[in-house]
Design a protein around this ligand. Sequence first.
Ligand code: SAM
Length: 294
Amino acid sequence: MSRDEWLIEEQTPGYRTQWRVRRVLHEEQTPFQHLQLVEMEDFGRALVLDSAVQTTVGDEYIYHEMIAHVPLFTHPNPERVLIIGGGDGGTAREVCRHSSVQKVDMVEIDRAVVEACRRYLPETACGLDHPKVNLVIGDGLAWVAERRGEYDVILVDSSDPVGPAVGLFNRAFYENVYRALKPDGLFVAQVLSPFFHKKLIHDVYQVVASIFPITMPYLTVVPTYPSGLHCFMLGSKRHSPLRQGVRVPSWPTRWYTPAVHRAAFQLPPVVAELLQPTAAPEHAEGPCHAAPTV
Ligand code: SAM
């Protein structure tokens, strides 16, 4: 891609998003994925993996505040946190704002992502070098399978279910997440878009709800993600994110507030219906296919 060309991300044969790119700052084929660091005209520097936009300077704060602060303020005293993926460092940056957090294990499979983000995305990569962060280059699948009762919060900040992240969206993984959590632990995973990934969200919800006593998806807006509407899945052994006494930030945020926290769990009917056991969407993906008529 040369100067002033367009980065195109195709979701379906009928839907693409594209960004004018001023410069390609870095590009390589790693052992796991195709990695690009580009400078977008409108959203600034951005990490792109296998042609999917992962994070941009222009809107990363929304995603990273919402994946971190919803679970960490839900837990009464989060001390031990695990981040799977998150190689850009933004999630780690937000987790380390919580004074209760003593240690963050962060397991990122691709060293090249860490190195490229350290060089080109200091705004998020600053989280990688926080003294509380223990950065491990490795497979999150294997890491979580070997842990028992170790974490208060686990955050699955993975790429989409392709390549190295495929195994981070199935039952065996979520059962290992359950075992790796303390008796009152909780986890959050990014589960893509309710418009373009209906079946994924439906299936992940059914699996997580069969393992965790409290399972609640929540929504946010990420302008550079497909459709702009993005979903997280929360699974909790004991604490509800809507319980009385959810703690509040004592430092400035740009998106997260206690009111945004509560509102994120108010699902529009078209999203709530994805949670019905039998409502496996007739058309697995794509925004305009109506739910099956019952
Ligand atoms: N915010 C982004 C999103 O929602 O799409 C995710 C950002 S982060 C860059 C995603 C990271 O997950 C990538 O760096 C990728 O290398 C990492 N990853 C994918 N599969 C993994 C695995 N099995 N273990 C550890 N990290 C993994």
